[in-house]
Design a protein around this ligand. Structure first.
Ligand SMILES: Nc1nc2c(ncn2[C@@H]2O[C@H](COP(=O)(O)OP(=O)(O)OP(=O)(O)O)[C@@H](O)[C@H]2O)c(=O)[nH]1
Ligand SMILES: [Mg+2]
Length: 251
């Protein structure tokens, strides 16, 4: 006789979805300033999973961090493009415990920056995305009215090999409140085609569109990274067994 097959888990009910959103938003609300680095080369080496917010200047990175963490001035947001000049890291997790780090990066592509400086920044950014050892996830933000631009595409190409190896990628189409519903859906369809192995979502800090979905996703990524870290630190099954295979516990 065959064993009855294990029933598949039922799809999450609306109430469990709401619970997941509540847990995720409470988790993100614990965000606090960790450290700042004047340039990517000076970022400290840390071991916690890092979730980087990248995108063109003025795309809404700092605003998204403030919205997701429900804090007004955690990250510096401004009308003036190029406001975030240094790299700011924020810890997320209960007091005294960092589950993940959110990284607010300066934007690229700001028109007033000299070409040489732009190219330099692009190289440094590419190197960060390629080599940052604890980088676990990338949230790439772009203005929904512009979609992914050439500069975003260049960086997407840089991270593609890491995405294939498991790096999480989310493209957020920000300022969705500036588009009609039809325009926003069209922008989303295009971005989904461009993003390859990642996901794309609409987001509006103003209307709080996408806030819960993004919060749940970020928490899922952090939880998965933690479980992976725990697995990586477990001794290999036959490296040093707690008990020899043929012994029985005494009591
Ligand atoms: N309407 C609307 N405006 C937004 C939204 N998100 C950000 N903004 C505005 O866009 C401008 C730039 O936002 P920031 O969050 O500073 O952008 P950034 O990507 O951090 O910019 P840099 O630090 O210069 O790279 C600010 O005036 C924000 O108020 C949104 O969802 N809707
Ligand atoms: Mg900023």
């Amino acid at each position: 006789m065959t064993e009855p097959s294990t029933p598949l888990l039922p799809p999450p009910s609306p109430s469990s979805t709401t619970q997941a959103a509540k847990t995720a938003t409470a988790w993100l609300h614990t965000a606090r300033f960790l450290t700042t680095a004047p340039q990517l080369e000076y970022l400290p080496r840390i071991h916690e999973p890092e979730i980087a917010f990248v995108g063109r200047s003025n795309a809404g990175k700092s605003t998204a961090i403030n919205t997701l963490t429900q804090q007004k001035r955690l990250a510096f947001a401004s009308k003036t493009p190029g406001r975030t000049q240094s790299i700011n890291l924020f810890s997320v997790g209960k007091q005294g415990c960092t589950d993940a780090v959110l990284t607010d990066l300066p934007g690229y592509g700001y028109a007033a920056v000299p070409k040489e400086a732009k190219l330099r920044w692009q190289r440094v950014m590419a190197s960060y995305l390629r080599t940052r050892h604890n980088l676990n996830s990338v949230v790439m933000l772009c203005d929904a009215r512009l979609g992914l631009t050439e500069l975003d595409d260049i960086l997407l190409e840089v991270i593609r090999p890491r995405v294939e190896q498991g790096l999480n990628l989310l493209v957020l189409l920000t300022k969705a409140d500036k588009l009609t519903r039809v325009e926003a859906q069209k922008a989303l369809s295009i971005a989904r085609l461009q993003v390859g192995g990642g996901q794309a979502m609409l987001f509006s800090a103003l209307k709080r569109q996408g806030v819960e979905e993004v919060s749940v996703l970020l928490r899922q990524w952090a939880t998965a990274a933690q479980l992976q870290q725990e697995r990586d630190h477990e001794p290999a099954p036959n490296a040093s067994p707690k008990l020899p295979p043929d012994s029985t516990p005494d009591a």
